[in-house]
Design a protein around this ligand. Structure first.
Ligand code: NAG
Ligand code: NAG
Ligand code: NAG
Ligand code: NAG
Ligand code: NAG
Ligand code: NAG
Length: 481
C-alpha cells in the first residue's frame, strides 16, 4: 500500500515536471509572440521537426513511462505499446484515469479495433491519422471509448462526406447501423437520404442483403425513394426476405409497404402467379391487392368519392421509368435558356393508361424576379446591367401544354432530381426538389451549383443532368353518399 503510494508520488512528480516544462514553454512562446510585432520579426518554424521527434519517441519507446497491453478479444494475441503518459492524458480523460496509479494497463479490444490501435495511439503524438472507408467505424469506436473528442468529431465528419465514395462491398448500410447504435442522428439521417436517393444502386449491390429489419421498414415508408419502378422495389424486397428470413411480422410490414396501385395490373397478375414470396404470404396483402385492382378499374377521381385516397399507397415515389417523366441533359447549362417537351401518362391508373400529357420545361441559368430586373433607361450602363444578370439564379418551370389540368381532386407535383448520372447502369442523385410548377417555390434550387465553372461537381462532361418526374397526387373529394 505504502509502496504503491510512493510510486504514485514519483509518477506525479514526473508528471509535474512535464507540466511545468510545458507551461514554461507556453510563457516563452507568448513572450516571443508579443515581441513579434517589431520590424524584422520572422517565424522560425520547426513544428514539423518536433512532431517528427515525438513520433520517434513513440516508435523507439525512449523514456516511456507507461505500457499498453492491447488484447484482442477471443484470441491470445497481445500487442505491447510503450507510451508516454503525458501524451495520452493530454487528449483523453479515460487514459488519465487508467494511468493514474499504474504504469501497465491491459486493454481488451475487438479484433478490428485492436488491428488499428497503433495507428490510433500515433494520433496522440502527431495529431494526424489517415482513414479508409472500412476503418471509419473501428476508429470512431476507439475515439469514443477513450473520449478523444476531436478525433471522434473528425471521423464523424469524414463519414458524412464520404457516403458516396466508391467501395467494393458498400459501407453506408453499416454506417447507418453504427450511427443507430451510437445515437448519432445527423449521420443516421445522412445515410438514410443517401440510401433513399441512390436506391437503385444500393438494391443491386451486395450491401442490400445486409440491411437490417428496422432499416428496411423505415426505408419502405419513404416517398422519396429513387428507383425505376415499384415492381423493381417488390423484386428487391423479395430477394431481401429470401436472404434474411425475417420473422412473419417483418414480412407483413414490408409486404404491406409496397405501393401496389403504382404497379400496372398486368404486372400485378405476374407477381401474384410467379412470386415465391407471395405464394406463401399473399393472404397478408389480399386487401391491398384488391384496392390496387379497384384503383386500376376506374378514374382515380371517381374512386376518391368512395375511398380514402390520401394514404401513402397512392402516393408515387420517384420513379425513373419513362412513363413518369424524362431525363434532361443540358450541355453547357450556363450559356442560355433551354426548353424541353416530354410526355407522361396522365396517371398510374390503368383506367388512364391511354391518356398522355405533354409537358413543357424551361430552364434558365440566370433568372431574376421582376422586382430585381434592371430598368432599361439611358442612365443604366450596360456594365451594371450585366452585373445584375450575374445575380440571377437557376430556375426551372414545368407546365402542361394544355391549361386547366389541375382540377379538383388532383394536383401534379413535379420532382426534379439533380445529378442523376448513369455509370455502368448506376443511377446517382445529388438533390431532390419538389415543386408545384416552378423552382422559385424552393429557395435552394442549384444554389451552390456554380454552373459557370467547368469544374462544378454538378456538371458531368460539362452537362447538367436533371430528371423531371411528374406525380399526380390525389385528394379526397366530397364523398358520395
Ligand atoms: C509551420 O509549419 C507547418 C508545416 O510544416 C505549418 O502547418 C504551420 O502552419 C507553420 N506555422 C506557422 C506559424 O507558419
Ligand atoms: C531512442 O532509442 C533508440 C533505440 O533504442 C536509440 O537509438 C536512440 O538513440 C534513442 N534516442 C534518444 C534521444 O535517446
Ligand atoms: C487507482 O487508485 C484509486 C484509489 O487511489 C482506486 O480507487 C482505483 O480503483 C485505482 N485504479 C486502478 C485502475 O487501479
Ligand atoms: C447519391 O450518390 C451520389 C453519387 O455517388 C452522391 O453525390 C449523392 O450525394 C448521393 N445522394 C445522397 C442523398 O447522399
Ligand atoms: C420480429 O423481429 C423484430 C426485430 O427484427 C422484433 O422486434 C419482433 O419482436 C419480432 N417479432 C416476432 C413476432 O417475433
Ligand atoms: C392527407 O393526410 C395527411 C395526414 O395523414 C394530412 O396531414 C393531410 O392534410 C391530408 N390531405 C388531404 C388533402 O386530405
Amino acid at each position: 500500500m505504502a509502496q504503491n503510494k510512493q510510486r504514485r508520488g514519483s509518477r506525479m512528480e514526473r508528471g509535474g515536471r512535464w507540466l511545468l516544462l510545458a507551461s514554461l514553454l507556453t510563457i516563452t512562446a507568448q513572450a516571443a509572440h508579443k515581441s513579434d510585432t517589431g520590424g524584422d520579426a520572422a517565424i522560425i518554424n520547426h513544428s514539423s521537426m518536433v512532431i517528427q521527434r515525438l513520433q520517434e519517441l513513440l516508435q523507439n519507446g525512449n523514456a516511456s513511462d507507461s505500457t499498453l497491453r492491447v488484447r484482442t478479444s477471443n484470441s491470445d494475441e497481445v500487442k505491447i505499446i510503450h507510451t508516454h503518459q503525458l501524451m495520452l492524458i493530454l487528449q483523453s480523460d479515460v487514459f488519465e484515469g487508467l494511468l493514474g496509479n499504474q504504469s501497465v494497463v491491459t486493454l481488451m479490444e475487438p479484433p478490428e479495433c485492436a488491428a488499428l490501435f497503433e495507428k490510433f495511439i500515433r494520433y496522440f503524438y502527431c495529431g494526424e491519422i489517415s482513414v479508409q472507408l472500412n476503418q471509419a467505424i473501428p476508429l470512431h469506436r476507439l475515439a469514443s471509448k477513450y473520449h478523444v473528442s476531436a478525433l471522434q468529431k473528425g471521423i464523424g465528419d469524414y463519414m458524412k462526406t464520404h457516403l458516396a465514395s466508391e467501395s467494393t462491398q458498400g459501407h453506408v448500410v453499416s454506417w447507418y447501423h453504427y450511427a443507430l447504435g451510437t445515437g448519432d442522428e445527423t449521420l443516421q439521417e445522412s445515410c438514410l437520404k443517401f440510401l433513399a436517393w441512390n436506391l437503385s444502386t444500393v438494391m443491386s449491390s451486395s450491401e442490400w442483403v445486409t440491411v437490417s429489419d428496422d432499416l428496411m421498414v423505415s426505408l419502405l415508408q419513404r416517398s422519396d425513394l429513387v428507383l425505376q419502378t415499384e415492381l423493381e422495389l417488390f423484386a428487391s424486397v423479395e430477394e431481401w426476405v429470401n436472404r434474411n428470413n425475417p420473422n412473419i411480422s417483418i414480412i407483413e410490414k414490408v409486404l404491406r409497404s409496397i405501393r401496389y396501385p403504382m404497379i400496372p395490373p398486368s404486372q400485378l397478375f405476374q407477381i401474384q402467379k410467379q412470386s415465391v414470396l407471395l405464394a406463401s404470404y399473399q393472404h397478408l396483402i389480399q386487401d391491398l391487392l384488391f384496392q390496387a385492382f379497384q384503383f386500376h378499374s376506374a378514374s382515380p377521381l371517381h374512386l376518391a368519392k368512395y375511398f380514402d385516397v390520401n394514404c401513402s399507397m397512392f402516393i408515387p415515389r420517384n420513379y425513373l421509368s419513362s412513363s413518369w417523366g424524362s431525363q434532361w441533359i443540358i450541355n453547357n447549362p450556363a450559356r442560355d435558356d433551354r426548353s424541353l417537351s416530354f410526355q407522361t401518362q396522365l396517371g398510374p391508373s390503368s383506367y388512364d393508361s391511354s391518356k398522355k400529357i405533354t409537358w413543357n420545361a424551361l430552364f434558365s441559368p440566370r433568372w431574376l424576379p421582376v422586382s430585381l430586373r434592371p430598368v432599361y433607361s439611358e442612365s443604366v450602363s450596360s456594365g451594371s446591367q450585366s452585373n445584375r444578370l450575374e445575380d440571377g439564379r437557376p430556375r426551372l418551370v414545368v407546365s402542361s401544354a394544355v391549361s386547366g389540368l389541375d382540377f379538383a381532386g388532383v394536383t401534379f407535383q413535379k420532382t426534379v432530381l439533380v445529378g442523376v448520372r448513369r455509370q455502368q447502369g448506376k443511377v446517382f442523385v445529388k438533390h431532390v426538389y419538389t415543386v408545384h410548377q416552378s423552382t422559385d417555390e424552393v429557395s435552394d434550387f442549384l444554389v451552390h451549383a456554380d454552373l459557370q465553372k467547368r469544374t462544378s461537381e454538378y456538371l458531368i462532361d460539362n452537362s447538367l443532368h436533371l430528371h423531371i418526374i411528374i406525380k399526380p397526387i390525389y385528394h379526397s373529394v366530397i364523398k358520395a353518399k
